[in-house]
Ligand binder design. Structure first.
Ligand code: HDE
Length: 680
């Protein structure tokens, strides 16, 4: 039995082409194809009379509109997606027989959806939260979904607790407050009373939870999976996505302001990067542990609240994903895409991680309500690019027209087809793990250490990152109304690190009673964001300028663009600004429509009259950028304002002086991302 499974990087795009419709320049029709002569007035009995029930056009248009919304995802409702391609660098054939991981250079089409977890579909994107990072690989053997997060561990160890966790973190039910935020009593009450969450909380309170961009965060499969090779040998595997631009975050004050100034900040960043051809790239890494080494670690490798320190189990980079195409229609693609960790291909299998096991049920179940029935796999975005055949039939919205009289197995009327095929022919066979045990509802003893890795994370942070964590705890607990909740959380984190708990307690005006229980003194440098890749590439620079700008400005803008940064002019008026020499430059934003929090760096291209609006606004812009530790640079005439603001000579502030190799030095500053040592 042969199926034509030839897949290349364009396979998905080609398949989607059959479903694209362009309504431009076409006559308007009803959904039945009837040409419409009037779309502004309903059918009435007389000019001022009642509307007639007979008006099928009004009824159809209104009914469709009334049903336009579907339930949002219970978690990860706010998300944004893009298409791309995954290219394999290194064959994994020693470890897995998955076809898309065999031959270097092979390209597999992918679709990725990034998301926040807690907020509703319309919530701000800079919430302190984990980010979803879900990837669908359209392989020749069917869809493989890697449904991960940007944090490598999870809050709970067993799926049965997921509804409790989500009830606690969502807005409180009696008043539906707060939206997209964990800074409230029920969340922290859950944490203090479910202490397996300690490790993930450390990540959630760190800068990882407020990424600068979807393009600048890691992704993790979280669970331990299995790779199975052609000989049937199994390895344990964890998956990592490593962003080529490094892992970068904003500061909390910025995050809160961005949510107001541009709640679409992350999606816009992703969309524009792809439109500009600055394709986001992520390398795929795997950590592998041999079956025989399952018990060689001081944690249980099946426990989803534990990571495998990269220094102990190195991450092998095996390929790269490039996101190179925005969707045509967000609802049709990003909203209707249906991920499921149970969508696997031969060579990839599950482990007994009890969190993973529960997820294997939940995802199909949720699509049934969200996408309205069992045929969601037929939606264009969800269709595999290889053929699919079985005896499943009917259901809401069925599109496939299965011909023939047979829809059962086994049969003789269709020669016993479609027929299961052997493993050798590509049939999926589960790994034959030996399982014996009693039916019991317990937590394994090996899952009971909740604090060692929380302490490992704390130990691995720089002083600056520790300060951010202390501030995040102080903010979140400061928003809790119940003092008892605050106190319980302090006692819990005293078990991670007494110094941490004391610093938070001081901010809250409380005292810690407890003692350290974690004696872990290890640290893992890979966990600190200070050790990430630093690059200026694709960073956004606000260029503050108005009429009378220096003649050097156009050349500087060209230079900055040539270096792959994005300078945008912010001025006191729209339209064009005029230079000293009569040249003109188009304005991108005004101080009304832009704000320093939306940029990575500021370049002040001119100062102006003592009392001008420009000077007042530019001063505010610069002071805020400085307070957020951002690089600042100035032209000759901008130097004056820098001086007046007292920023001369401060770290990360560059003034343009003759012969100082200005652009190259400014680019170096931008690559540093932030100047954390700056005394603000
Ligand atoms: Fe999910 N999760 N989850 N989750 N999850 C959903 O599925 C669930 C967990 C993750 O962009 C839902 O289609 C349970 C861990 C992502 O469409 C739902 C448990 C990780 C996305 C669901 C978990 C994730 C979801 C809601 C505990 C990281 C968004 C809508 C057992 C490895 C995918 C949907 C997208 C979405 C259930 C825990 C990642 C309800 C029961 C751990 C990235 O089915």
């Amino acid at each position: 039995m042969s199926l034509d499974n030839k897949v290349n990087e364009n396979s998905k795009n080609k398949q989607l082409e059959q479903f694209r419709v362009d309504d431009k320049d076409k006559a308007m029709t009803t959904n039945q194809g009837l040409k419409v002569s009037e779309d502004e007035f309903s059918l009435k009995a007389g000019e001022r009379g009642p509307t007639l029930l007979e008006d099928f056009h009004l009824r159809e248009k209104m009914t469709h509109f009334d049903h336009e919304r579907i339930p949002e995802r219970i978690v990860h409702a706010r998300g944004y997606g893009a298409h791309g391609v995954f290219e394999l660098y290194e064959s994994m054939q020693d470890y897995t027989k998955a076809k898309f991981l065999q031959t270097t250079g092979v390209k597999t089409p992918v679709f990725v959806r990034f998301s926040t977890v807690a907020g509703s579909r319309g919530s701000g994107e800079l919430a302190r939260d984990a980010r979803g990072f879900a990837t669908k690989f359209y392989t020749e053997e069917g869809n493989y979904d890697l449904v991960g997060n940007n944090i490598p561990v999870f809050f709970i160890q067993d799926a049965i607790k997921f509804p409790d966790l989500v009830h606690a973190l969502k807005p409180e039910p009696h008043n539906e407050i707060p939206q997209a935020a964990t800074a409230h009593d029920t969340f922290w009450d859950f944490i203090a009373n479910n202490q397996e969450s300690a490790h993930m909380i450390m990540w959630a309170m760190s800068d990882r939870a407020i990424p600068r961009s979807f393009r600048m965060m890691e992704g993790f499969g979280v669970h331990t999976f299995r790779f199975i090779n052609e000989e049937g040998k199994s390895h344990f595997v964890k998956f990592h996505w490593k962003p080529v631009l490094g892992v970068h975050s904003v500061v909390w004050d910025e995050a809160q302001k961005i949510n107001g100034k541009n709640p679409d900040f992350h999606r816009q960043d992703l969309y524009e990067a792809i439109e500009n051809g600055d394709y986001p790239e992520f390398e795929l890494g795997v950590q592998l542990i041999e079956e025989k080494d399952e018990f060689q670690f001081d944690f249980d490798i099946l426990d989803p609240t534990k990571l495998w320190p990269e220094e102990e189990v190195p991450v092998k980079i095996i390929g790269k994903m490039t996101l190179n195409r925005n969707v045509d229609n967000v609802f049709a693609e990003t909203e209707q895409v249906a991920f499921h960790p149970g969508h696997v291909v031969p060579g990839i299998d599950f482990t007994n991680d009890p969190l993973l096991q529960g997820r294997l049920f939940s995802y199909t179940d949720t699509q049934l309500i969200r996408l309205g029935g069992p045929n969601f796999h037929e939606l264009p975005i969800n269709r595999p690019v290889c053929p699919f055949h079985n005896n499943q039939r009917d259901g809401y919205g069925r599109q496939t027209i299965n011909v023939g009289q047979v829809s059962y197995h086994k049969n003789s009327l269709a020669g016993n087809t479609p027929t299961p095929v052997s493993e050798a022919e590509g049939g999926y066979a589960s790994y034959q793990e030996k399982i014996e045990g009693r039916k019991i509802r317990v937590r394994s003893e090996s899952f009971k250490d909740h604090f060692s890795q929380a302490t490992l994370f704390w130990n691995s942070m720089s002083d600056l990152e520790k300060e951010h964590i202390v501030n995040a705890f102080s903010f979140e607990l400061g928003k809790c109304k119940e003092i008892s909740v605050r106190q319980q959380v302090l006692e819990m984190f005293a078990k991670v690190d007494l110094g941490l708990a004391n610093r938070v307690a001081e901010n809250l005006g409380l005292e810690v009673q407890g003692r350290n229980v974690s004696t872990n003194t290890k640290s893992s440098p890979a966990l600190s964001q200070l050790n990430t890749i630093m690059t200026h590439s694709t960073r956004k620079i606000a260029v503050l300028a108005t009429d009378g700008f220096d003649s050097e400005l156009p050349a500087i803008l060209d230079d900055l663009k040539a270096k792959c940064t994005q300078p945008e002019i912010v001025s006191d008026h729209q339209g064009f600004i005029k230079g000293d020499d009569g040249s003109k430059l188009p304005v991108d934003h005004t101080f009304l429509t832009a704000d320093s929090v939306l940029f990575d760096a500021v370049y002040i291209a001119c100062a102006q009259g003592e009392f001008s609006l420009y000077k007042k606004e530019a001063s505010y812009f610069l002071k805020e950028a400085f307070a957020h530790y951002k690089p600042i640079a100035s032209t000759f005439s901008g130097n004056q304002l820098i001086d007046e603001l007292g920023l001369t000579g401060k770290i990360g502030v560059l003034m343009n002086e003759a012969g100082n190799n200005f652009i190259a030095r400014f680019i170096e500053l931008i690559a540093k991302h932030r100047f954390w040592d700056r005394a603000v």
